[in-house]
Ligand binder design. Structure first.
Ligand code: IFM
Length: 452
């Protein structure tokens, strides 16, 4: 890229978080537990036994966090609602005190000129619904739509952007293939129904949103280009299976109204005959797609790997983050262009992008995180390259505003542009926060200029 990037004037510049990862107080004010509560409290499930009990204490400190975002110049904030805060049993009685938290949050965002971008499901299924079968129970899709409808009614006058689900692929893969997230079933044969019910939940929630007059509803999908590590047929086929399983499974259903045929051979007799009508509901038009991009995978054929028989490989000489995810910015451009090519023109948002690095120690009130700054610079340039290639990119959300509970990794991985001292809950904007503020102020500009 030779030009100085200049992002559109109405571009959304945001940061993203999710409820269980930052809020803390998961049972406060009449909330019910989500599946993450007993899971994280069970020894051996999370690194160092970490739980979301306190997290970033955002439930009580949200106003300070909103002011912080405003001070950095952000104009949007992507957060999720905890279903079981609002419906302690997942259905039936609404907990007004839980809803009141989100009303306060949204009102505070608007008072600070931050556009709320609300996600209805970021992995924290109400435990009461898991006890009825969770995503293996078709009823969960309907209960999700009921919950969504109530949220559209309660907050739809103030929240313009709605996301039904965050990363359904992870929900299914982590719980049903690898037993790394609750309900930790670890049986790939259950994956197709779980995935299908999640997608049906999305479709029914979109219908509910339309009935309530909502006009900016989308879904967030995480994508990762899959490259074979060698030219061997076995590795190339493994990369293809990984690509279909991760990148096309959900988007083909959502945008083309069918599952990729290759999934039938992958799942063999565990692949059900899904009702056609469901696919019509799943594929009804949405207003935007949210893309979460972090890394690419280089994969090899691995007969031990469940389902896809493909494993990600770590190679010397490449750059990785603290989670062993490869730093590969051009993959973001490729991914956005691939979505446009395969699924057609539509508004896209980068709803998550960021990096876990073991940050250097805080010095006074400063924390220099040059690796994260470099990661963000390169990926923002890659995002701009996609815009230049005609992708209708409308916004970028860094993951994450704050260091937070990184699921099974607990607090050991830090993604924030703002450091959180978990002992005191003090927030310290890192150099990357300052860098992002400069990017926003210049709509790209000098901060993203090619230094080479
Ligand atoms: O922390 C997660 C987030 O909850 C979903 N997307 C990826 C992030 C980093 O792993």
């Amino acid at each position: 890229m030779t030009t100085t990037p200049e992002f559109p004037a109405n571009f959304l510049w945001g940061a993203a978080t999710s409820a269980y990862q930052i809020e803390g107080s998961p049972l406060a004010d009449g909330a019910g537990p989500s599946i993450w509560h007993p899971f994280s409290h069970t020894p051996g499930h999370t690194r160092d036994g970490d739980t979301g009990d306190v997290a970033c204490d955002h439930y009580r400190r949200y106003a300070q966090d909103v002011r912080l975002m405003r001070s950095l110049g952000l104009n949007a904030y992507r957060f999720s609602l905890s279903w079981s805060r609002v419906f302690p049993n997942g259905r039936g009685r609404l907990n007004a005190a839980g809803l009141a938290f989100y009303e306060r949050l949204v009102d505070t965002l608007l008072a600070h000129d931050l556009q709320p971008f609300a996600t209805l499901y970021h992995w924290d299924l109400p435990l009461a619904l898991q006890e009825r079968g969770g995503w293996l129970n078709r009823g969960t899709a309907g209960w999700f739509a009921d919950y969504a409808q109530q949220m559209f009614k309660a907050l739809g006058d103030r929240v313009l952007y709605w996301t039904t689900l965050n990363e359904p692929w992870v929900v299914v893969d982590a719980a049903y293939l690898h037993a790394a997230h609750p309900p930790a079933l670890g049986d790939w044969r259950q994956a197709p129904w779980a995935a299908h019910h999640l997608l049906l939940a999305h479709g029914l929630a979109v219908q509910a949103g339309r009935a309530e007059g909502r006009q900016q509803i989308g879904i967030v999908i995480n994508l990762e280009p899959q490259y074979p590590v060698s030219d061997s047929t076995a590795d190339q086929e493994a990369a293809w299976r990984a690509h279909v399983y991760m990148n096309r499974f959900y988007l083909d259903a959502l945008r083309l109204g069918r599952y990729p045929r290759a999934l039938q051979s992958l799942f063999a007799d565990a692949w059900p005959d899904f009702p056609e009508e469901d696919l019509r509901i799943i594929s009804q038009p949405v207003d935007y797609l949210g893309i979460n991009y972090y890394a690419r995978s280089r994969v090899r054929h691995d007969p031990q790997a469940p389902l896809t028989q493909a494993s990600r490989v770590i190679e010397p000489g490449r750059r990785y983050t603290d989670l062993d995810w490869e730093v590969y910015p051009q993959g973001l451009t490729e991914t956005l262009c691939w979505v446009k090519r395969r699924y057609g023109e539509m508004p896209l948002y980068i709803t998550e992008n960021g990096a876990a690095f073991a940050d250097p120690p805080v010095q006074g009130d400063r924390l220099d995180d040059p690796l994260r700054v470099a990661y963000l610079r390169e990926h923002l340039r890659a995002a701009y390259a996609a815009l230049e290639q005609g992708v209708d990119l409308r916004g970028y959300f860094v993951w994450s505003l704050l260091d937070n509970f990184e699921w099974a990794q607990g607090y050991s991985k830090r993604f924030g542009i703002v450091h959180v001292d978990y002992a005191t809950q003090r927030r310290i904007p890192k150099a990357s926060a300052q860098f992002y503020a400069d990017v926003i102020r210049g709509r790209g500009g000098e901060a993203l200029r090619d230094s080479g």
